[in-house]
Design a protein around this ligand. Structure first.
Ligand code: KIV
Length: 270
């Protein structure tokens, strides 16, 4: 069974690979490709549920997708991303919501978009047996504070604050840290300062690992951020297949003989 220890010990060794997945067939592909960590991101809101932001995503949404991903995953570590306001309001609710992902849905860890308010919570979760992946830099659940998705840590004070919070979360027991949309030299400094692995998204090459949203990586998203790279063009392939289906039905080429069967012993009903 994959463990957070496997991910922890990779810091400074081989690069850690992490991708999001939200459903069973995708998780199977991602797992069989050898990805180390599958994140059931709250990006499920934009990627599959049709929301403009991650804010409307509920605990039930994430739980349903974590269950699907866990059932299809054999080797990768499955991390459940805790949605907006499912943690950090009161401790009991935060623990119940996060605990549900491990107890009922098969995740091995949770990710929290982190800040000063998640240091003690991280410590409590870890003590109770809920491994925590921290997340600093751009935290999309703060979209209304930022007024969009701007780069973070771009001045000295903000960079020092990120480093300070990274250290505090490591000390609180987080097993890894996602750094999103921060300067690559800041990500390099944070990576050097920590023993736990950093996993970057839009944070340059010097993190211990990289993460992308699945839909961006395979070329399924209609729009993707400048820091994401498309490693395929799944959207074009899906369009080609759907157009092929529509045209085959309209031209009465589908179903063909091999897609139907006739029962010769059946009496005619007319
Ligand atoms: O929700 C998500 O997919 C994430 C990653 C982009 C790190 O938080």
């Amino acid at each position: 069974m994959p463990s957070v220890r496997d991910v922890r010990t990779k810091a400074g060794e081989e690069p850690i690979t992490m991708l999001t997945a939200y459903d069973a067939p995708t998780a199977k592909i991602v797992d069989e490709a050898g990805v180390d960590v599958i994140l059931v991101g709250d990006s499920v809101g934009n990627a599959t549920l049709g929301y403009e932001t991650t804010l409307p995503v509920t605990v039930d949404d994430v739980a349903r997708h974590v269950g699907a991903v866990s059932r299809a995953t054999e080797s990768a570590l499955v991390v459940a991303d805790m949605p907006f306001l499912s943690y950090g309001t009161d401790e009991r609710t935060s623990l119940e919501n996060a605990g549900r992902m491990l107890k009922e849905e098969g995740a091995q860890a949770v990710k929290l978009e982190s800040g000063p308010h998640t240091v003690d919570l991280t410590e409590t979760m870890v003590q109770l047996g809920i491994p925590v992946m921290a997340h600093l830099g751009l935290t999309p659940q703060h979209v209304n504070r930022y007024g969009g998705y701007p780069r973070q840590g771009t001045d000295q004070e903000a960079a020092e604050h990120i480093l300070e919070l990274a250290r505090a979360h490591e000390e609180a027991g987080a097993f890894s840290l996602v750094l999103e949309h921060v300067p690559s030299n800041l990500a390099a400094d944070v990576t050097d300062a920590l023993d736990i692995p950093t996993i970057g998204i839009g944070a340059g090459p010097d993190c211990d690992g990289q993460v992308l949203v699945f839909n961006d990586a395979v070329g399924l998203s209609e729009w993707s951020p400048s820091f994401a790279k498309q490693f395929g063009n799944v959207r074009a392939e899906m369009e080609r297949a759907v157009e092929g289906y529509v045209s085959a039905v309209e031209r009465e080429e589908f179903p063909a003989d091999e897609h139907s069967h006739e029962e010769t012993d059946l009496d005619s009903l007319y």
